[in-house]
Design a protein around this ligand. Structure first.
Ligand code: MF3
Ligand code: CO
Ligand code: CO
Length: 256
């Protein structure tokens, strides 16, 4: 299976996993406040996934990742490791990325939170990055190409004088965390693989306020902007339907 096409029965299982992942993001929101540590956010998510949802946090132990969620603050692009020493402060922006496994199937989603009141430039980056995800989702249907998806994201980011991170991408997903195809967040219209009904994948644009470059810290995971300016990310898992797309990780606050 190289094009990630799933059966309706398989998508039904992904719908369940996706809903659980979305519910973790809904649950954790009220705890994202000044003074909390990212370790505490991780602990709350871990306990909710394991004890309440009876599911598995996919990140824990994945290629040696030590925690159950990723917490990426300010200049961290992705894969931030929750830590007792990372205390959130007013004005921070944080991405929380949750992947759960339920009945062997995966749901992967992330959103941005504000810690207290954001600076206008931070709020704008977060908003434009969410628009990048939504504009990409809008064109997902059979016949759309992966290049089309990358293009709308890149266009919207660059029109706003931001840059697209090229070193990380979205991915096919199913009973495997990361599978083909890679979903690049930049590209040319009409190029690349053509979407078909039943394909399941993530779109998860990482958009930088400054230059697109990233580097991974000595912990082997934390990816930061080379210029240390802000980065934002939003992610959904979706399935291509006969005439559009179903967002498997939609939250109550969203209307698709
Ligand atoms: N959830 C991330 C993604 O969107 C992957 C995190 S892998 C981890 O693909 F090991 F860092 F947790
Ligand atoms: Co993902
Ligand atoms: Co993710």
């Amino acid at each position: 299976m190289t094009n990630a096409v799933k059966t309706p029965e398989q998508i039904a299982k992904m719908r369940t996993a996706g809903r659980l992942a979305a519910e973790v993001l809904e649950m954790i929101g009220e705890y994202v406040v000044p003074g909390v540590t990212t370790e505490e956010l991780d602990r709350r998510c871990h306990e909710y996934i394991v004890d309440v949802q009876k599911a598995i946090p996919a990140c824990l132990g994945y290629r040696g990742f030590p925690k159950s969620i990723c917490t990426s603050v300010n200049e961290v692009i992705c894969h931030g490791i929750p830590s007792e020493s990372k205390v959130l402060k007013k004005g921070d922006i944080i991405n929380i990325d949750v992947t759960v496994i339920k009945d062997g199937w995966y749901g992967d989603t992330s959103k941005m939170y504000f810690v207290g009141k954001p600076a206008p430039h931070a709020e704008r980056l977060v908003k434009v990055t969410q628009e990048c995800l939504y504009k990409a989702i809008e064109i997902v249907r059979p016949g759309t190409t992966l290049g089309d998806i990358g293009h709308v994201i890149q266009q919207h980011a660059e029109k706003n004088y931001y840059s697209v991170v090229k070193d990380f991408c979205g991915h096919g997903i199913g009973d495997v965390f990361h599978e083909d195809p890679q979903i690049l967040h930049y590209g040319k219209p009409g190029t690349g693989q053509v979407l078909e009904e039943g394909m399941t994948f993530t779109i998860e644009p990482m958009i930088n306020a400054g230059k697109p470059g990233s580097k991974v810290l000595r912990d082997g995971w934390t990816a930061v902007t080379v210029d240390r300016r802000l980065s934002a990310q939003w992610e959904h898992t979706m399935a291509v339907t006969a005439d559009g797309v179903e967002i498997l990780t939609a939250r109550k606050e969203e209307s698709f």
